[in-house]
Write a protein that binds this ligand. Structure first.
Ligand SMILES: Cc1ncc(COP(=O)(O)O)c(C=O)c1O
Length: 333
C-alpha cells in the first residue's frame, strides 16, 4: 500500500522488491547448531547472505566466517571485533592479489586443492595455514560443488609432497558434500575420506589439527545430518584432543530468516468479459508480473534448483488494496 502511494508521489524506487528479515530465526538456527553439534564451531559461509546485521549477530554469537573473496573478508572485518583468525578463506582457487591481501590482513587459514595454488601461496603468503579440500560424494545434493572443487584422494599425496617441498604448512582437511544435501548419510563417507587424508598427511610429515566438515546442512534434515556426523567423527576420530572441528554452514543459518516482498507491477489480462479463461493447457491465462526475477533474487531457482513458495499478503483474509477490477486465478496460493 505504501509502495503504491509513494510511487504516486513520484518516488522512483518505491516499487522495488525488498527483503524482510527475522534475525531471531538466525539465532534459533544457531541454538539448534550448538545443541546438536557443540563440538563443531560453525564458520558461517558469508556468500550465502552477507547482510551486515546477520554478520554482526553471528560475530556476537561467536561463530567464525568462511569467506570466498576479498570483498567478503572486508565485510566481515568491517563489522569490528572479529579477529582475522576467525576467518577461513575457503576458496581453493584464489587470485594472487586476494591471497596477498589476506596475508596483509592476517587471514592465514585458507583452502587449496591443486598444485598451482600451492605455488601461488608460496609466493604470496608463505606462512599461510593451508587446508586441503578433498573431493567427496556430492551426488545426493542439489548443488554439486565437486564439479568445480575438491582434490580426488589419489592426488593428495603429491599435493602434500609439493607443499613440503615449498616449505608450506598444511594444517588440515576440508570437504563440502554439496549444497542442499538431501541424503545426510553422505557425511559418513566424507568423514572416512577425511580420516584417510589425515593418515596420508602423517606419512608426508604433517601433523593435521583441523577438520572442516563444510556445509550442505538443510533445515528439514539438520538433526539427522548432525547425528550422522557425530557418529562418523566418533568412529574415525576417537582421539580428538589435538583436533579442532569446524564447519561452513550457509543456507542453514539464513534461508528461513529472509522473505522477499515483491509487488505486482503489471498484469496480462484476458480480452474477455469472462471472469477466468484458461488457455486449454491448464495454465491460467492471466499473468502477473512482479518486480524481481531470475536475474535478481530468484537466481536461486536457476543456480540452486530452489522451489519458491509465493503467497499474497492480506489482512484478515482480504487484500491490502481493494480493487474495483474483477479478480483472476493466478496459480499461486
Ligand atoms: C566452500 C563453501 N563452504 C560453504 C558453503 C555453504 O554451503 P551451504 O549453504 O550448503 O551450507 C559453500 C556454498 O555455498 C561453499 O562453496
Amino acid at each position: 500500500m505504501n509502495a503504491s502511494m509513494m510511487a504516486n508521489d513520484g518516488e522512483p524506487d518505491a516499487e522495488k522488491a525488498f527483503f524482510v528479515a527475522d534475525l531471531s530465526q538466525v539465532y534459533r538456527q544457531h541454538q539448534r547448531w550448538v545443541s546438536c553439534l557443540p563440538e563443531i564451531t560453525p564458520y558461517y559461509a558469508v556468500k550465502c547472505n552477507p547482510d551486515p546485521y546477520v554478520l554482526r549477530l553471528l560475530a556476537a554469537l561467536g561463530t567464525g566466517f568462511d569467506c570466498a573473496s576479498n570483498g567478503e573478508i572486508s565485510r566481515v572485518l568491517s563489522i569490528g571485533g572479529v579477529d582475522p583468525s576467525r576467518i577461513i578463506f575457503a576458496n581453493p582457487c584464489k587470485a594472487n592479489s586476494f591471497i596477498r591481501n589476506a596475508c596483509k590482513l592476517g587471514v592465514d587459514t585458507m583452502t587449496f586443492d591443486n598444485m598451482d595454488e600451492l605455488y601461488k601461496v608460496a609466493r604470496t603468503h608463505p606462512r599461510a595455514k593451508l587446508v586441503v579440500r578433498i573431493l567427496t560424494d556430492d551426488t545426493k545434493s542439489l548443488c554439486q560443488l565437486g564439479l568445480k572443487y575438491g582434490a580426488p584422494l589419489v592426488t593428495v599425496p603429491a599435493l602434500l609432497t609439493k607443499a613440503k617441498e615449498l616449505n608450506l604448512d598444511v594444517v588440515g582437511v576440508s570437504f563440502h558434500v554439496g549444497s542442499g544435501c538431501y541424503d545426510p548419510t553422505v557425511y559418513s563417507d566424507a568423514i572416512a575420506r577425511a580420516r584417510y587424508t589425515f593418515d596420508m598427511a602423517k606419512e608426508a610429515g604433517f601433523s593435521f589439527t583441523l577438520l572442516d566438515v563444510g556445509g550442505g546442512f538443510e533445515d528439514a534434515s539438520f538433526e539427522q545430518a548432525a547425528s550422522v556426523l557425530k557418529d562418523a567423527i566418533e568412529e574415525h576420530f576417537p582421539d580428538r584432543r589435538n583436533i579442532r572441528v569446524i564447519a561452513e554452514p550457509g543456507r542453514f543459518y539464513v534461508s528461513k530468516a529472509f522473505s522477499l516482498a515483491a509487488n505486482i507491477i503489471a498484469r496480462r489480462a484476458p480480452f474477455s468479459d469472462s471472469a477466468e479463461m484458461t488457455t486449454g493447457n491448464d495454465q491460467p491465462s492471466v499473468m502477473y508480473y512482479i518486480n524481481d526475477g531470475v536475474y535478481g533474487a530468484f537466481n536461486c531457482i536457476l543456480f540452486d534448483h530452489q522451489v519458491v513458495h509465493p503467497y499474497v499478503l492480506s489482512i484478515n483474509g482480504s487484500f491490502h488494496v481493494p480493487s474495483s477490477e474483477p479478480g483472476f486465478g493466478s496459480g499461486i496460493g
